[in-house]
Write a protein that binds this ligand. Structure first.
Ligand code: NAP
Length: 362
């Protein structure tokens, strides 16, 4: 288990050797863990500003955030890592990870994240639980508002990930993560060899997941609430013509069955026109109805695309239009969305931050 109690307080850093240096605290109140205070306006005097200016603040503790923490830690930058409501990110909800390089026998997702955290801690990363609610990147140092506290940073790496959109039907939540409901065919598909599975959704993700699952599953039901896929033509054609894929049109999910047994036994669906219900006897339910990038608190000051994903500047995967502010992982990537690609972006962001700090501190 992650140990929040063991999160290090960390020594105060020397202040920025520039005019943007130490900022006075409004009170000498100790810096407690940030609490949600959504109704507090960002810059009111109810906020308590740290007198410490962090070299680098990393927001997020998934693969991208922790890799950035390892690299910036190892570069002696003493990073402060903010962990939110799902410490360790999406991999902590996966049972076994078989495709992360370096683990020929697979690795438990939770264990992998714990290893990354331990590695980051070894190099001096400090962890703090908080929710970033708003930011001011126009100021120097950069400011991040967490409840009633303001964290000051010379550079920031945002690695807040994306949350899979869920249908919310009964049984989905209860059977999510190791019990048959999943959101990642690449991660979990191999566990469904010679079994029947269902994919929910009609976009490119659903088509891609369904096609990937044909490698393992005996049969893949593609359950969509319309009578045509919204996926690109090439993906839709591939999916609809695949002999192992049966499209279940005009079907809305009603419930995932198997809660009493603790494992998925079926997906109940309803015909959206007739209201008739039936159960698809499947052992796995893959929800592929899109992702919601966790970019909300930053979207007002950084560029995001129509889906809400961060849009880095042209020529870089991680640089934003704000100097010293970087993005990494699934919050800036709706294409690959893999642990290893997120880790790679975390590494890039860390190296960029390190170089930027070196240039700007002379
Ligand atoms: P998406 O295009 O937004 O599709 C989501 C699908 O889920 C839609 O068919 C939608 O139905 C359905 N849906 C949404 N809420 C639902 C609910 N509550 N119950 C049942 N169905 C629901 O999402 P995506 O497929 O993840 O793709 C996101 C973006 O990434 C797209 O731009 C896509 O092209 C891109 N992408 C590209 C690739 C690739 O190029 N290889 C692979 C994956 C994703 P409706 O059709 O009725 O709205």
């Amino acid at each position: 288990m992650f140990s929040f109690a063991g999160a290090l307080a960390g020594p105060a850093l020397p202040s920025f050797a520039s005019a943007s240096g130490t900022v006075q605290t409004e009170t000498n109140r100790p810096l407690a863990g940030c609490q949600a205070a959504a109704d507090v306006s960002p810059w009111s005097f109810t906020h308590f500003m740290s007198s410490t200016v962090e070299n680098v603040v990393i927001v997020g503790t998934g693969c991208a955030g922790l890799t950035a923490a390892i690299y910036t830690g190892r570069a002696n930058l003493n990073p402060l890592v903010i962990e939110g409501s799902l410490p360790g990110g999406q991999l902590t909800t996966t049972s076994e990870v078989e495709n992360f390089p370096g683990f020929p026998h697979g690795v438990d997702g939770f264990q992998l994240m714990q290893n990354l955290r331990e590695q980051a801690t070894k190099f001096g990363a400090r962890f703090e639980q908080a929710q970033v609610q708003s930011v001011d990147f126009g100021s120097s140092p950069r400011r991040l508002v967490c409840g009633d506290r303001v964290i000051l940073a010379k550079s920031v790496i945002i690695a807040t990930g994306a949350s899979p959109r869920m249908t919310g039907v009964p049984g989905e939540k209860e059977l999510y993560g190791g019990k048959g409901v999943t959101t990642c065919a690449t991660c979990d598909g191999a566990f469904y060899r010679k079994m029947d599975v269902a994919v929910i959704g009609g976009g490119d993700s659903a088509a891609e997941e369904a096609l990937f699952l044909t490698r393992f599953a005996s049969k893949v039901y593609l359950v969509h609430r319309r009578d045509t896929l919204r996926a690109s033509k090439i993906m839709a054609d591939r999916a609809t013509s695949h002999p192992k894929i049966e499209c279940v049109w005009n079907a809305a999910p009603v419930a995932v069955e198997g809660v009493e047994q603790g494992a998925v036994s079926g997906l109940r669906v309803k015909d959206v026109h007739t209201g008739a219900e039936r159960t698809l006897a499947v052992k796995g339910v893959f929800v592929a109805i899109g992702h919601v990038p966790n970019t909300g608190p930053f979207a007002a000051v950084l560029d995001v695309d129509e889906g809400g994903y961060f849009k880095p500047v042209v020529g870089s995967q991680v640089r934003t239009r704000m100097p010293g502010v970087y993005v990494a992982g699934d919050c800036a990537d709706h294409v690959y969305r893999q642990a290893i690609t997120a880790a790679g972006m975390g590494c890039q962001a860390a190296i960029e931050a390190e170089r930027w700090l070196a240039e700007h501190e002379g």
